[in-house]
Design a protein around this ligand. Structure first.
Ligand code: DX5
Ligand code: ZN
Length: 218
C-alpha cells in the first residue's frame, strides 16, 4: 500500500505571488509540489522554465514532482534536475527513445516518471516498468488546468494498477481531480493526487488546508 500524496499543481497559482503561494501550500499540508512545464509545442500552452522553478525551490523542503510536457525533452533533463527536481516525469509520446530519456534522468540521480495521455495505451509503458518510480495517468488532455476529468481514465487507472503489480511504482493521476472523485481514484489504485483548480481555484490561501484535507479524507 503506497502512501497517499497530495500534489497541488502550481500552474493554478497566482503567478504574481508565486513564492507566497508555495509557502501557503507547504503550510496547508501539501506532500509534493507538482510543477507543470509546457513548451507551446508538445502542448498548446506555455508555462515557465527551470529558472522560475529554481527561484521557488528554496521556499520549501517538500519534493518537486516535475511534469515535463515538452518535446524534445532530452536537452532539458539536466536543467530541471539542477533546478531542484526530485522526480522528473516525461511523456511517453514526447520522443522515440523513452528508455534513453529515463536513463538520463536516473544518471542525474532523480526519480523517474512516465506520463501517458488519454489516448495512449498502457502498453506504451509495459517494457519500461523496471525503469520508473512513478506512472502518471493523464485524465485530461494536457495543456491547461480546470478541465473536466475524462471518465474513461478511471478504468485505465485500474488496469495500470494491475500492470504495476508489486513493483515499487507510485501511481499518479493528473487532471480534473477533486474531493468528488478522489475516493474512487484511491480505490482504483492512485496514491499521488495532482490537483490544481480543486486546491488553488480562487487563489484564497486561507482555503488551501481544508481543500487539501478534503481530497485526503475522500
Ligand atoms: C495540465 C497539467 C495539470 C493541471 C491540473 O496539463 O498537467 O497538472 O495543472 O489542473 P486541474 O487540477 O485544474 O485539472
Ligand atoms: Zn501536470
Amino acid at each position: 500500500n503506497r502512501p497517499i500524496r497530495i500534489a497541488p499543481s502550481i500552474l493554478s497559482a497566482d503567478f504574481s505571488r508565486l513564492g507566497e503561494e508555495v509557502v501557503a501550500l507547504d503550510n496547508a499540508g501539501a506532500d509534493y509540489f507538482h510543477v507543470d512545464i509546457m513548451d507551446g509545442h508538445f502542448v498548446p500552452n506555455i508555462s515557465f522554465g527551470p529558472g522560475v522553478m529554481q527561484s521557488i525551490r528554496k521556499l520549501t523542503k517538500k519534493p518537486f514532482d516535475v511534469h515535463l510536457m515538452i518535446a524534445p525533452v532530452d536537452p532539458y533533463v539536466s536543467a530541471f534536475a539542477k533546478a531542484g527536481a526530485d522526480s522528473i516525469t516525461v511523456h511517453a509520446e514526447a520522443g522515440p527513445h523513452l528508455h534513453r530519456t529515463l536513463q538520463a534522468i536516473r544518471a542525474e540521480g532523480k526519480r523517474t516518471g512516465v506520463a501517458i495521455n488519454p489516448a495512449t495505451p498502457l502498453s506504451a509503458v509495459e517494457h519500461i516498468l523496471d525503469d520508473i518510480d512513478l506512472l502518471l495517468v493523464m485524465s485530461i488532455n494536457p495543456g491547461f488546468g480546470g478541465q473536466t476529468f475524462i471518465p474513461h481514465a478511471m478504468e485505465k487507472i485500474r488496469l495500470a494498477n494491475a500492470l504495476i503489480g508489486n513493483r515499487p511504482i507510485e501511481l499518479e493521476v493528473d487532471g480534473g481531480v477533486s474531493a468528488a472523485n478522489a475516493g474512487e481514484l484511491a480505490q482504483a489504485g492512485i496514491n499521488v493526487f495532482v490537483a490544481g483548480t480543486a486546491i488553488l481555484g480562487g487563489n484564497d490561501t486561507s482555503t488551501y488546508a481544508s481543500r487539501i484535507a478534503a481530497i485526503r479524507d475522500a
